[in-house]
Structure formats: structure tokens, C-alpha cells
Design a protein around this ligand. Sequence first.
Ligand SMILES: [Zn+2]
Ligand SMILES: [Zn+2]
Length: 269
Amino acid sequence: MPFREILLWENLLLVTMGLLLINNVMRLRDSPGVVHRPQKQHYYPDSRMIDGQSGGETERDFPKSIEEMTAPTLPASDVTWIDSRPITDGKLSTWCSHCSVKKPPRSGHCRLCNQCVRIRDHHSIWLDTCIGVENHSAYFMVLLQTIFCGYYGSQLSMTTICTPEIYFDWFLVPNDCRFLYIDFRTAISFVTVCYMLVVTTLVVIATIWQLIFISQNVTQQEFSTAKRKGWVNQKIFVENNVHDQGIIMNLMEFFIVGRKSENTGKIQV
Ligand SMILES: [Zn+2]
Ligand SMILES: [Zn+2]
């Protein structure tokens, strides 16, 4: 097969993968799985409201809703599992005062999005969205596609600016790269490829971390909590993880069945 034809097919493959990548990025930005406020909010009038002197702007000046007052809690010493929800005044806090919602197990409040997200992993500053129960698998696909486009695009660029060698009658590999700096455009392409390789390698590291988390059925937020408590063995293995069902089941749940925010293991609050 002539060089030009091979390059055409290779470019078409790269463009297709690029379009799929953009599609996945748009899909994952739809919703990470926000914890919505219940339809009805039952407020319990406190004395300040009755006196008509609620005036202040701070949260504590507003009356607590019945939901907030009845939100379950536990003493910190009873929380023997990794829980991403905060410990406040020595108690596990299951109420988010910013969103006025009861935080389900594994959820977390994002200060940047200002919302609580179910099975929250982290906030991606590159994609400007939270990663949670509904977009986590799409996020993982974005990582894989970025790696493919990064490495394959680099290989393709190098094939174009270097004299290539052909293997198996269809596979082009850059061979003679002596003339990279012969003109401005090839030099710019080469420098861009170098940066692309660095960025792609960082994405590979992020993907390996994601695989470590997913195979243990733990989120990045839970991992940080476990690290603070000293519940991480050999830097990667999380202890007291009530969601761990073994590597195979964890991977199957994430990639095939889909995580369910109702599956909360032994967590009762
Ligand atoms: Zn919240
Ligand atoms: Zn966020």
C-alpha cells in the first residue's frame, strides 16, 4: 500500500477517535449525579422567626428544617469504615448545610460546583466538572481515548516529519529524523510532539491511579479520607473499605453493570 494511502487511513482513524473523545467529554459534562433537594422542605419555626428578628445573613440565623434536625449522625469513634462525609464536632455529619440535603453515603460536596454529588470521585479542573456516579465511566473512557489520541497522534506526526519505514506493508514507523529542524514547520511539529508525549504520559499516570481506585471500589475522595486516617497499606491498598467485593466484581460493577449509589455496603446512616 502506498505511503499516502496509509497516512490517509491513519489520519481518518485519529480524527474518528478525536470526535468520539469530544462526544464523551460533552456527555460526561451533562451531570455527575447531583444530590437534589427534596421537593418539600419542612421548616421548624424557631423563636427568632416568631419574634420577626431573623434579620442576619449567616446560616445559623435561619431556622433549621425538620430534615436537618433529624439527619442521622454517629459519634466519630463508631465510624469504623472509610466515609467521605466530614466529621464535625466529633460526629459524622450527614447533612450538607450548603445544599440543604442529606448526604447519602459516598457522596461529597464540591466547593467549585457548589453541589453534592453521589459517589463523588473528584472535581476535574481540566474538564470543569465533578466526576460522580453518573459520569465516572465516561471519564475513564475520556482518559483512554486521550492516551490513544496522544500517542497515536505523536506517532503519526513523527511519521510525517521524518522519513518513514514501512512494516507488514501497512505499518509506518518514523525512521530517518535527521532533518527535523530543516524548516520552521517541522521544528514546531517536533516540539509539539514532545509536549504531547509529556502530557499523555501524565494522563497515563492518572489512568493507572483510577484503575487502582476502581479495582478496590473506592473513590479518590474516599482514598484521601483513608490516607488521612492512616488506613492505606503500601501506599495503594485501602483498609476498612466496606464496598470492596474483590477485584473482578469491582471492575465488573464499574465497567459493565454500573455503580449504584444505593449500594452502600454496611453503612447505615
Ligand atoms: Zn452539598
Ligand atoms: Zn465539582
